[in-house]
Design a protein around this ligand. Structure first.
Ligand code: PMV
Length: 322
């Protein structure tokens, strides 16, 4: 019997070598690769049921019915699944996050990974994890990585780019501290449009793209060697280079707030005092800090005391989507 419903859970991920720019927008192919860490406990749970008339998808997010662009984006994604399944049926989609939506905590990564797995199951597509990764990418580039646990690389090459796992969540025990700035309010410019604007207008975009291949090679080797200092250095410079390209766009995209800069300085100072700590920042003001299990409590305490930090989450390597 064909299953008509599917439920999936996916954890978010934070990129250590950032994805910022597309090779083509229609198929959502990235211009360069990226490497991330999937995070335990920051989960989206989604149920897709094909039980509605054609053209009448509905979506609830954290219990609230969605309309407009967020529903349209999910419908366009479901069209890919309908096409593969040979169906036109509308779907009910219920999704809930365990963390703030649209805040730079990469909710689209967990969201589209969970949607891909749930919809593929509901449509009985029988896809392998790498095929699910390619499907999730059509919704959001970062979602391709959340199909897998632990350390994950999204390769840019090929007609249908997909992610692969470098190390599983049990193979290297690290911590990521997330310092939430300004209450996790929705950001002004989404990563999706911010990276397109950067590619179209920033004179620094070619320099950013040219920096990615060597960062990927260094990060990949550092992960396989469990070399945290090298991985941390690459993560910081990848984030700073990405933000430099975005700031130089016209008009400039500034995702940092004063608290973001204070946190960056605090991390640099802690490192000077011998604490293993390296920051990364996405398309929002929050600061994510890579560290060891031994240093996690101290870091969370110090970062939580920086004025403007509203909460601190401590996460560890998490599993792939199920
Ligand atoms: O895949 P998107 O559209 O959510 O873009 C992700 C962009 C960053 O979070 C800033 C970087 C990344 O690689 O996750």
């Amino acid at each position: 019997m064909t299953p008509r419903t599917g439920t999936a859970c996916a954890c978010t991920n934070i990129a250590l070598v950032k994805y910022w720019g597309k090779r083509d927008a229609d198929a959502n192919r990235p211009a360069a690769g990226s490497i991330s860490l999937t995070l335990a406990g920051l989960v989206t749970r989604t149920t897709v049921t094909f039980d509605r008339p054609a053209g009448y998808d509905c979506l609830t997010l954290n219990g609230a019915p969605q309309t407009g662009e967020s529903l349209a984006r999910v419908s366009r994604f479901l069209d890919l699944v309908r096409e593969a399944a040979g169906s036109r049926d509308g779907a009910s989609v219920e999704s809930a996050n365990s963390f703030p939506t649209g805040s730079g905590l990469a909710s689209s990564a967990a969201g589209f990974a969970a949607l891909a797995v749930a919809a593929a199951r509901a449509g009985d597509l029988g896809l392998e994890p790498t095929q699910l990764s390619a499907l999730a990418r059509r919704g959001s580039g970062s979602a391709a990585r959340s199909i897998f646990g632990g350390f994950v690389e999204l390769r840019a090459e090929g007609a249908d780019p997909r992610a692969l796992q470098l190390l599983s969540e049990t193979e290297w025990d690290l911590r990521m501290i997330i310092a939430v700035v300004g209450g996790g309010s929705p950001k002004a410019v989404s990563s999706r449009s911010g990276m397109v604007h950067t590619a179209q207008t920033s004179p620094l975009y070619p320099g950013w793209l040219a920096s990615v291949p060597s960062d990927l090679a260094v990060a990949r080797a550092a992960i396989l060697d469990r070399d945290l200092a090298t991985l941390g250095e690459v993560a910081e410079r990848s984030a700073l280079t990405m933000h430099a390209s975005a700031m130089a766009a016209r008009p400039g995209l500034i995702y940092f707030q004063p608290t973001t800069l204070a946190l960056m300085q605090a991390v640099i100072e802690l490192r000077r005092r011998g604490i293993a700590a390296w920051f990364t920042i996405d398309a929002g003001p929050h600061v994510k800090v890579l560290t060891t299990p031994e240093h996690a409590a101290k870091l969370a305490e110090v970062l939580g005391a920086v004025p403007g930090v509203t909460s601190v989450l401590t996460s560890r390597p998490g599993p792939g989507a199920v």
